[in-house]
Design a protein around this ligand. Structure first.
Ligand SMILES: Cc1cc2nc3c(=O)[nH]c(=O)nc-3n(C[C@H](O)[C@H](O)[C@H](O)COP(=O)(O)OP(=O)(O)OC[C@H]3O[C@@H](n4cnc5c(N)ncnc54)[C@H](O)[C@@H]3O)c2cc1C
Length: 281
C-alpha cells in the first residue's frame, strides 16, 4: 500500500458534507464580477465571429490583474451522498463473525489489524456514495474504476450547460503522464481565454444544432472534454481505500487528485479509525 500524498493546499474542489460546504476555494459572484471587469477586453470579444488565428498570441486582459482566470465557470464539486450508518462498527461486527464477542464495542485495534494484514473483505461490508461534478475528461478516468457502480448525467437526454475552466501546466519532458505548474502568466491567461472562446463557439454550434432538430446525442459530438458532467459513484469502503491509494498519488492528473483528496477528507471524517490506519489525515 502506497502512502498517501500529504497536501497543505486547499483543493480546488467544493467539498460538501451533510448539505454544508466545508471547504472551498471557489470565488464568489462578487469576485467573479471584479475579475470579469479586470478582463473586460477579453469578455467583450465575440468569439464566435473570430477566426482561429485571432487569438494566437498571449495577449488579453489586464496584465496586472491578479486573477488569471476571469471566467470562473463552475468548478469541481464533491459531496458525500450516503454512507452505511455506523460503518466502522458494522465492518468490525462482520469481521468478528467467528468470535463469541461479536458485539464488542472496541473495534479500532481490530480494524487497524485488518488494514495492516490485507484482510480486505471486512471493508466490503460498508459502502459510500459520492456525487461528483467535474469535466468529461476526469469523469472518463473515474469510470475506469470498475469495482464501483455509477450513474452519470446523460448528454443524450438532457442539454449540456456548462464547462469547467482549468489552469494549464507545462508538459514534463521526462514523464509523458506528468505536468509541471510553472508556465508564465501570459500563457496561463491565453489558455483561459482560449478555453472560453472554444467553449462558446462549440456551445453556440451545439445550441443551433438543437434548434435545427439535431438530436442531443449527435449535437454533443462538438463539445470539448472540459464540458461539465455530474455523476454518482458508489463503492465499498474496500474500493474507496484502493481508489484513494491510487488517485491521491502524484502520478494522478492534478484535477483528478483534487477530487480524490476531497473524497479522502469526507471519508476521514466518517471513518476516523481507517483515516488513522491509512494516514488519510
Ligand atoms: C497514473 C495512472 C495512469 C493511467 N494511465 C492509463 C492509460 O494510459 N491507459 C488506460 O487505459 N488506463 C490508464 N489508467 C487507468 C488504470 O489502468 C485503471 O484502469 C484505473 O486506475 C482503475 O483502477 P482499477 O482497475 O484498479 O479499478 P478499481 O475499481 O479502482 O479497483 C479494482 C481493484 O479492486 C480490487 N477488488 C477486487 N474485488 C473487489 C471488491 N469486491 N471490492 C473492492 N475492490 C475489489 C482488485 O484489486 C481490483 O483490481 C491509469 C491510471 C493511473 C492511476
Amino acid at each position: 500500500m502506497r502512502r498517501p500524498q500529504k497536501t497543505k493546499t486547499l483543493p480546488a474542489v467544493e467539498i460538501i458534507r451533510r448539505g454544508k460546504t466545508i471547504k472551498t476555494r471557489i470565488t464568489t459572484d462578487a469576485d467573479n464580477n471584479a475579475n470579469a471587469r479586470a478582463w473586460g477586453k477579453i469578455r467583450e470579444v465575440d468569439s464566435v465571429r473570430r477566426g482561429p488565428e485571432a487569438n494566437d498570441t498571449c495577449e488579453g486582459g489586464d496584465p496586472d490583474a491578479e486573477t488569471l482566470c476571469p471566467y470562473a465557470e463552475d468548478r469541481m464539486k464533491v459531496e458525500l451522498v450516503s454512507i452505511t450508518p455506523k460503518a466502522e462498527k458494522i465492518m468490525a461486527y462482520c469481521a468478528r463473525v467467528s468470535s463469541p464477542h461479536q458485539d464488542n464495542p472496541e473495534y479500532a485495534g481490530l480494524l487497524k489489524y485488518c488494514a495492516d494484514h490485507g484482510h480486505w473483505s471486512v471493508f466490503e461490508m460498508a459502502d459510500a456514495t459520492f456525487e461528483i461534478v467535474t469535466s468529461r475528461a476526469i469523469a472518463q478516468q473515474l469510470l475506469r474504476h470498475k469495482s464501483f457502480s455509477f450513474q452519470e448525467f446523460s448528454q443524450r437526454y438532457a442539454e449540456v450547460m456548462k464547462y469547467e475552466a482549468y489552469a494549464p501546466r507545462r508538459q514534463d519532458d521526462k514523464n509523458r503522464q506528468n505536468s509541471i505548474d510553472d508556465l508564465p502568466k501570459e500563457i496561463q491567461r491565453w489558455w483561459y481565454a482560449e478555453q472560453d472562446e472554444t467553449w462558446r463557439k462549440a456551445k453556440w454550434v451545439y445550441d443551433i444544432a438543437l434548434e435545427r432538430g439535431v438530436a442531443k446525442e449527435c449535437a454533443r459530438m462538438i463539445l470539448p472534454l472540459n464540458t461539465q458532467t455530474r455523476l454518482y459513484m458508489k463503492g465499498s469502503i474496500r474500493s474507496w481505500i484502493h481508489y484513494l491509494d491510487v488517485r491521491c498519488g502524484a502520478d494522478t492528473q492534478l484535477e483528478h487528485r483534487e477530487i480524490a483528496l476531497a473524497i479522502r477528507t469526507l471519508l476521514a471524517a466518517e471513518l476516523p479509525t481507517l483515516a488513522e490506519a491509512f494516514e488519510w489525515v
